[in-house]
Design a protein around this ligand. Sequence first.
Ligand code: CAA
Length: 379
Amino acid sequence: MSLYFTDEHNMLREMVRQYAQTELAPLSIEMDKEHRMFPEVLERLKELNLLGIMVDEQYGGVGADMLSYAIVMEEISKVCASTGVVISVHNSLACGGLSAFGSEAQKQKYLTACAAGEMLGGFCLTEPGSGSDASNMSTTAEPQGDHYVLNGSKCFVTMGQEASLFLVAARSDRNKGVKGISVFLVEPSMEGFILGQAEDKMGMRGCSTHEIIFRNCKVPKENLLGSEGDGFKIFMKLLDSGRVGIAAQALGIAAGALEASVKYAKERQQFGKPIASFQAVQWILADMHTKVEAARHLVHNAARLKDAGQDYSLASAMAKVFAAETAMWVTTKAVQVHGGYGYTRGYLVERYMRDAKVTEIYEGTSEIQRLVIANRILG
Ligand code: CAA
């Protein structure tokens, strides 16, 4: 409970917590084992209106604020971080991009379908040769008649197999550097769209991650998002918002690992008493709790700045780097508190630890967040 939560925030938290802890929890274990997202989970996200959280009501969304979205991300990721990243990419990157930069026709066609959960959004920025150096992309988009023709490949695309609409960054003018990048709305049914290989990942195994190849992929001109040449800025702005979602996901993972550790420490007996009675364990739990609370404040601060219409780029980078590193630290300690059992699949903390790692990598590594922060404070 937070002092600034409204009744709506509290009700939303209860609703999502109830779903996550009763329905999603058992499925999350199976999804991790099978390395795929179950369609029934996507169906429930749709029924619970979690696929259009911040979309305006006029396009069929909930019209909720970013703090609500952060609450959803934390509660879902506490139980299943894979489901968290699907919600994040769809809501902040895909729906966020259409809401902020889409034409009215694009909103009517795609945003309404995304908000209703009839389409699932994906985001294609990273390439084999351009990760942190995102603007150095090779994928091209050549205008030809009433189409653009895309050539190149993107990697690490969350839900590449299941998503039905991708925001794709490509170089529409090779001579203009960063200002030659544009964003295109691409459907898998478009000619020349090829689903590449799936990644076999350490964590986040409850959702798919694919390579996507564009071979003379024909994208109608009306599927240009925003103006030609504005693509890099559009993606950077979307990542400001996306990073709040990933920070909230990392917070959820850390909070889940903390909860599991407190419970275990009270139950596990050694030397004739619960290990929670030993100061060595108490201090670990105290540090875990403090870091989780600090991460929560940074996440909520970034979300509330966005809700207030203020610049939140710096706050988002700080929330992302701090929450991600907290998740990694807390989950590692959670495994330690669980001892040998923590290292087995019989307890959830080993999954939390595997899932936490990528929050330090995707949507901008911790090093890139520090670069963004340093650039902002140094001017
Ligand atoms: N908002 C608006 N504009 C921005 C911006 C922002 N947050 N950040 C940069 N820009 C603008 C700059 O102002 C500049 O515009 P002008 O030329 O008009 O001044 C332009 O963009 C270029 O900026 P830079 O010179 O700073 O660009 P750069 O090439 O040096 O890159 C970077 C900056 C921060 C390193 C950036 O490349 C970056 O964020 N890299 C990380 C990429 C990343 O996060 N990838 C995530 C992949 S998606 C993913 O992981 C999704 C998933 O599946 C979970």
